[in-house]
Write a protein of this length. Structure first.
Length: 225
């Protein structure tokens, strides 16, 4: 048995992993899905590191979307980490921002629709969330996900990442082949740069852990083996 720590992305919450968790538990693992504040990347890193420090290990740390940036920093130097899994996720190198890395590729079609409210919090309009974030999810569930999305700070795109945990631990990567939030070419490039064990799910949206939960669970279980 290992501990598995699941880290959600921006405009999401821990329930993002609901379809994956039962398979991990049925395999005998202890699973924790952290709830991040999404107030800033540093705040998210602190929350995830606190959750990680409570686990005896060995720990498989899994990040989706911006959760990849968070685990890259939060897992660095952690003695109890066994492996990392990036699920359609950012994975910056030291001194990179997600924007500087993403600039190598054409912007995904969702970019013009992200909105920043007067408090500096970022969301997608609910109809655009369904269209771009979760187009291959059951429509009722996709609308629910859009309704409960967690607004995040817009400043996170300019966060300068620290030393990356992916240089310290074995790494797996799930590429969502039809991702409209992160360019799939960007995801493939990140996976190649890390030398990750890579699984490409060609038809999947950014919500790959919802629409292709079994395949994502299999990758996490491989990282736990």
């Amino acid at each position: 048995m290992v501990d598995i720590l699941l880290v959600h992305g921006a405009i999401a919450d821990g329930s993002s992993w609901a379809a994956v968790i039962p398979a991990l538990q049925d395999a005998g693992h202890h699973v924790v899905a952290v709830q991040q504040p999404l107030s800033s990347i540093p705040d998210d890193i602190v929350k995830v590191r606190q959750a990680l420090d409570l686990l005896a290990g060995p720990v498989v740390v899994v990040g989706h979307s911006f959760g990849g940036c968070v685990i890259t920093n939060a897992a660095y130097g952690a003695a109890n980490v066994k492996s990392l899994v990036y699920v359609a996720a950012f994975a910056p190198d030291e001194d990179e921002t997600v924007v500087s890395a993403a600039g190598r590729f054409p912007p995904p079609p969702s970019v013009p629709f992200f909105a920043v409210d007067p408090q500096g919090r970022l969301t997608l309009p609910q109809d655009k969330f369904v269209e771009f974030f979760a187009p291959d999810v059951d429509p009722v569930q996709a609308r629910l996900m859009a309704c409960v999305q967690g607004p995040s700070d817009a400043a996170r795109f300019e966060y300068i990442s620290g030393p990356p945990a992916w240089k310290q631990f074995p790494t797996w990567y799930v590429v969502a082949g039809n991702d409209q939030i992160i360019n799939p070419q960007h995801e493939r490039w990140l996976a190649d740069r890390m030398g990750a064990h890579t699984t490409v799910i060609e038809a999947s949206s950014h919500s790959v852990m919802v629409s292709h939960a079994a395949e994502v669970a299999d990758v996490i279980l491989a990282a736990a083996a």
